[in-house]
Write a protein that binds this ligand. Sequence first.
Ligand code: GLC
Length: 369
Amino acid sequence: MTSTSEDLFDFIASTLKQFVEKEESGSEPSPVRTRELGFTFSFPVKQSSLRSGILIKWTKGFAIEDMVGKEVVELLEAAMVRSGLDMRAALLVNDTVGTLALGRYHDADTVAAVIIGTGTNACYLERADAIIKCQGLLTTSGYMAVNMEWGNFWSSHLPRTSYDIDLDSESPNPNDQGFEKMISGMYLGDIVRRVILRISLESDIFGPVSSRLSIPFILQTPLVAAMHEDDSPELKEVAKILKENLGISEVSLKVRKLAVRICDVVTRRAARLAAAGIVGILKKIGRDGSGGTAGGRSKSDVKMRRTVVAIEGGLYTSYAMFRQYLHGALSEILGEDVAQHVVLQVTEDGSGIGGALLAASYSSIPQRG
Ligand code: GLC
């Protein structure tokens, strides 16, 4: 994550080579010499064609400075040449775009895709004529996938706590990815840690200040989920995590409940912000049920089309409370009448399989069969 681009891509190319060798062993040699792949690169890219784009900046803790501004596909292909792997990239996509492709492959009503995992981001289908940058550019469908990079969304209306401000200023990318830092799995655990540390420094509720509380990222988000979802009467799991991970032992049930409450507040805020982001997309594409209000019709009179949003990422799929808060907020903002037409559909490995499907459909190699 912090080395050189050559190291990073040599690693990717060697892993890819092992994969190809494993796949090929025992099967007939392929008549195709140069194989093609879809390259899913889950970072902000200034994309100029199907297979070219430069890295704008790193997110999610990566910090390989020499790579910023470089052509991503060129770096991968150079590493594949170095490792003797005869392959080329048919296209470059973001993970949200792969997820949208997979979602749409399964369900034609899919109009957007959201990732809420280590990082968070979304993409959606926009009318090509509404994209100013692409005026005059013809697309066969009339639509184009827009990678929003919503992790970098910011608004002065979004209240920030001192925990958010400290987390941001101590991160490798200060002033960037503000929305992501309030929502995604990489950061939630650390917000909870910061809150417990502050309480611990300012009171004796958590006993003597544990030195572990000062270690960044020591509390990972899956542990927050485990504490939040501990349904044992004595909150045994909470006690265990406080002790083993944070070095806080012997706390009363009341204090364990406080720890759960902190997890709840941090997670609820994250889930509700993500829901607001999804509603933002639905509004933009006229799927929030407000399309016809101009003619004096009420929201509920407007016939809503079934609208599917493909969704992936560990925070959403593995953290039931997060999911519950997100769904609750969606219904709250949209109203039940509209929300019942919006389906959040979990896809599986859209970033891999969706990327591969796109690569297959844009391949320059004639397909057999
Ligand atoms: C980060 C990246 C973005 C990616 C998201 C989810 O926000 O900048 O490109 O889609 O993480 O992986």
